[in-house]
Design a protein around this ligand. Sequence first.
Ligand SMILES: Cc1cc2nc3c(=O)[nH]c(=O)nc-3n(C[C@H](O)[C@H](O)[C@H](O)COP(=O)(O)OP(=O)(O)OC[C@H]3O[C@@H](n4cnc5c(N)ncnc54)[C@H](O)[C@@H]3O)c2cc1C
Length: 502
Amino acid sequence: MSKSAVIIGGGLGGLFTGAILAKEGVKVTVIEKNTTVGGGLQSFTRFGEVFDTGMHILGGMNPSGNAYKVCQYLGILDKVCHQEVDAQVVDSIYFASDKTYYHTAKGKENFVAALAAQFPHQKDHLTAYVEAIYRIVGEFDLFYLRSTKEGAFLPTYSNEAMSPVNHFIAQYISDEKLRNVLAYLNPFYGGVENVTPTYIHALISVLYINGPTRLAGGSYLFAEALKEVILQNGGEVRVSDGVAKVMSADKTITSVITQKGKVYTADYYICAIHPCTFLTLLDDVTLLPKAFRNRLDSIPNTGSAFLLNIKFKKDTFPYINHSSYYMNNYEDIWRFGDETFHWPLGFLYITPPEKEQGAFANKLIVTAPMSWNEVKQWEHTTLGHRPADYQQWKEACAEKLIQKLTEIYPNFRDCIEAINTASPLTIRDYYGTKEGSMYGFCKDANNIVLSQIPIFTKVPNLFLTGQNCGGHGFCGVMLTAIQTSEALLGQNYVLNKINSHE
Ligand SMILES: Cc1cc2nc3c(=O)[nH]c(=O)nc-3n(C[C@H](O)[C@H](O)[C@H](O)COP(=O)(O)OP(=O)(O)OC[C@H]3O[C@@H](n4cnc5c(N)ncnc54)[C@H](O)[C@@H]3O)c2cc1C
């Protein structure tokens, strides 16, 4: 096979697509604007500690999981150090309004039992709810790496899978409080009331019930492993020089030109960046139909977040082998992103594992969903050149989060050695996503066609990949990378290889 492909963007989607294509004999060149590849897998070092920018929890890495099988096929299983979280407490959720903790557990029965302990009258409802989310996920052949039918790149799903998630939960669960507890992940995957389709909630919940994992020693190691696959198979990975222009002639793409003026040509071009950013790079926007461009511009993006990274003094704060969620009120679950309520409505905090993890944590990462409007006044500033009032605002945000953590851990302040913060502006500038969106385009149950962006375009040698096309997060982006690769290699080509690799 003598095909060649230029991939614009060396994030999760670009690297997964690049690794698959390179392994299958395509001559791949990945072009990344940042100094390191990874996108959501990037890590950075502060105060001598490695902090992950985005990828804190991922699903599908247990031996029967889709990500495990894809890593096995790519030959990188032994290079990525992943660690399972506690089976008895997968997630701990705290509601400050009544000082109550809930937790979820690994496995369908354990998940039901853990919540039924606090909602005994809802046990049968919980069982039916869990069966329903597994049934919905069962509709997704790709999730189980099952080969898809000829021509079925965009299959159709049941009405239940496409219904708004809050309606779905309410259909199975009669207890108002439990409905909100079950939606605890909602703010962290950009879920919006009456908008987000149930299938997104179902896919994420099933990944969590099957057992999520964490990347030990830094998520960048995963990016490095994918990069190695590309290099070992004759590909190239270019960093510190983003694509500045995409050139075209006769309705096809002819080359890309980087900020430093380098020109790259290939048979195929794969856009692994936000599609709205891609539009700004086209030398001739009419290459893509006006209706498509307007559609991309009109799709709302999921919300952003404020991040607080804390380095602890040695041996002061315990290592917690699960994710923890702080929520002010039960009703807030569906209010994230609404500025009429005071920030923060809640947050996720985790102690990321080291390769040799002991009883104490070196660091803590807090992710507090935040809307773009909170930072809009500084939107014209760039990394390293933000004004003093922005720095003061960030300090005040960090203080609010630390105060809330002190409610749970009274000696919390004494454990802190140093802190670092990031805002929606940081996310926008590092990842190149519109408005610092964490998960790209917001999927809308009421208009699913609007936000379903196919990997094929009207330009025969241009394909899309990444979180804006299919699902988001580690699993969603990886599965879309398989689809994009198959657009070049042939339908089910990669799936058959993955499955025959077992
Ligand atoms: C704060 C935060 C926390 C998250 N936590 C999790 C989590 O715990 N688990 C999970 O599964 N998901 C998580 N996600 C989501 C996950 O990171 C994304 O879904 C995923 O990274 C998207 O992959 P992508 O390839 O589409 O985009 P990205 O990974 O963002 O990659 C895009 C890449 O393109 C590059 N780029 C942009 N413009 C150009 C250009 N002109 N030329 C060249 N390169 C360019 C960017 O620098 C970037 O490297 C989180 C996201 C954020 C922001």
